[in-house]
Design a protein around this ligand. Structure first.
Ligand code: ADP
Ligand code: MG
Length: 388
C-alpha cells in the first residue's frame, strides 16, 4: 500500500514543491523539493513522506511525531538539520536540509564497484564526524537507534551528517518485524536485538560496527550467515586482520571496546569513543579533514556527481516558471571540478591496497602550462640573441 509511488512529479505538497524522488526506505519516501512560494526560494530541501500505512496508525503516528519533534531540536554540523514537521494530505512529513553527495552505503558500493579503496584516513574521519554528531545527541539524551551506513550522509565537500534521527523508536514499537527493522539488524547492538531499553551505548556499538567494516572491507553480520537478529544478539566479532597501519593493535583495541557485547564494558559515550579514536589517528598520522575528503570524492566520483546533479537540474527545470532550483544546484559552492571535462577523465581507478594508498595529492599541472612556459623561455632567449 504505497500510494505515493504513483505520485506524479512535480507535486505540490503543502508548502513544498516535490520534484525528484531520491530515496525509498522501509517507512518513507524521500523527495528533493523547494518551497512552493511565488518566487520559490533557491534552497533545496529534502522532504521525507512517511508511508500512509504508518501515518494511518494513530498510536504509531503520535510516537513518530513526538520523536521527530525531539530530533528537530538538534542543531549540529554532523546532524542533518530538520527544518519543518507536519501533516499534509493525511501524510506525516519531515523537511530537512539537502546533503548533496552519497550516503555511506552508496559510497562503499561505488568504491567496490570502481575498485577504489577508501583510504583509512577518510574511513577514520567519517567515523570521527559521525561520533561527534552522536555525542551531541547523546548529551541531550537522544538515542539514534538506527546508526547504519545508509544513514550517514557524506557530502561532496567532505561533510559528514547523520540523518534519520527520530523515527527509529516508533519503528521499534511496531509489533510485526517490518522490512525496516530487518534492514537495520546488521548494525544492532546485542541489547537492541534482545529488545531491551536502549541508551547512547547502543549507538556506540553501531558506530563500532561501521568502523570495523570500514577496516575489514566487509560486512560484520551477513544475511547468508543466518538470521541477522540472532547474529546481533550473539555479537560474535572476529578479530580484524592486520593491515600494516602504525600501532594498529591500539586501534583494534578501540574497535573491540566499542563492540563489547556487555555495554558496561563499552565506551560510556560516543564522545569517549571519539576522543580515543582521534588520539590514535593523530599518533598514526591519519588525520584527514573535509577539504581532503571532498577532493578525494570529487577526484574519484566527480563524474557520478555531475550525472546526479544534471538529472536533478532537469527535474528542477520542470518547475515552471522559476528556474531557481537549477541555479541553486549549478551555483552551489560544492562544485570543485571542471564541467567541461569528460566524465571518463574524472574517475581514475586506484587499485592499491587501502593501507598503502597515498594521501590525496594535488592535481598535477596540465602539460600545456609547461609548453607555454617553454615557448615564453625560447622567445626571451631569441630576443636576447637578436638584440645583443
Ligand atoms: N537530507 C538528505 N539529503 C540527501 N539525501 C538524503 C537525505 N535524507 C535522506 N537521504 C537519502 O535517502 C535515503 C533514505 O533516507 P532516510 O531518512 O534514511 O529514510 P529511511 O527511514 O527510509 O531509512 C538515505 O539513505 C539517503 O540516501
Ligand atoms: Mg535510513
Amino acid at each position: 500500500m504505497n500510494v505515493s509511488r504513483d505520485l506524479k512529479l512535480p507535486h505540490r505538497f503543502g508548502a513544498y514543491m516535490l520534484f525528484d524522488r531520491i530515496g525509498q526506505g522501509g517507512m518513507a519516501e524521500i523527495f528533493l523539493a523547494r518551497r512552493a512560494t511565488e518566487l520559490g526560494g533557491g534552497k533545496l530541501l529534502v522532504v521525507k513522506l512517511i508511508l500512509p500505512v504508518y501515518a494511518e496508525r494513530a498510536e504509531f503516528a503520535e510516537m513518530l511525531a513526538d520523536e521527530a519533534k525531539l530530533a528537530a531540536t538538534l542543531t549540529h554540523p554532523n546532524v542533518v538539520q530538520i527544518v519543518d514537521l507536519g501533516r499534509e494530505e493525511e501524510r506525516l512529513f519531515i523537511a530537512m536540509e539537502y546533503v548533496e553527495g552519497f550516503d555511506l552505503a552508496a559510497l562503499l558500493k561505488r568504491c567496490s564497484k570502481e575498485k577504489v579503496p577508501l583510504p583509512p584516513e577518510f574511513a577514520l574521519h567519517i567515523v570521527l564526524e559521525l561520533l561527534a554528531g552522536l555525542d551531541y545527541a547523546g548529551k541531550k539524551k537522544i538515542v539514534h537507534r538506527d546508526v547504519s551506513p545508509s544513514n550517514v550522509l557524506v557530502s561532496f565537500d567532505g561533510e559528514v551528517k547523520l540523518c534519520d534521527f527520530g523515527i527509529a523508536r516508533a519503528n521499534d514499537a511496531i509489533e510485526s518485524p517490518t522490512e525496516a527493522i530487518k534492514g537495520k539488524a546488521g548494525y544492532m547492538s546485542p541489547e537492541h536485538a534482545r529488545g531491551e531499553a536502549l541508551d547512547a551505548r547502543a549507538d556506540v556499538f553501531a558506530a563500532g560496527i561501521i568502523l570495523w567494516e570500514l577496516l575489514a572491507g566487509r560486512k560484520l553480520y551477513r544475511a547468508d550467515a543466518g538470521d541477522l537478529i540472532e547474529q546481533a544478539r550473539t555479537a560474535n566479532v572476529p578479530d580484524l586482520a592486520p593491515r600494516g597501519l602504525p600501532n594498529e593493535e591500539a586501534l583494534f583495541a578501540i574497535v573491540k571496546k566499542a563492540l563489547a557485547p556487555n555495554r558496561d564494558e563499552r565506551f560510556a559515550s560516543a564522545g569517549d569513543f571519539r576522543r580515543e579514536l582521534h588520539e590514535w589517528a593523530i599518533s598514526a598520522k591519519l588525520v584527514a579533514n573535509p577539504i581532503k575528503l571532498g577532493e578525494w570524492l570529487t577526484e574519484h566520483f566527480g563524474a557520478e556527481l555531475l550525472a546526479q546533479r544534471r538529472a536533478r537540474e532537469t527535474a528542477a527545470k520542470a518547475l515552471d516558471p522559476s528556474p531557481q532550483p537549477a541555479r541553486a544546484i549549478i551555483e552551489s559552492p560544492h562544485i570543485k571540478y571542471k564541467e567541461e571535462k569528460s566524465p571518463e577523465s574524472l574517475s581514475p581507478i586506484d587499485v592499491s591496497p587501502p593501507s598503502k594508498s597515498p594521501p590525496p595529492t594535488k592535481e598535477k599541472s596540465p602539460p600545456w602550462t609547461m609548453i607555454a612556459l617553454g615557448v615564453v623561455a625560447i622567445a626571451v632567449v631569441a630576443w636576447l640573441l637578436v638584440h645583443r
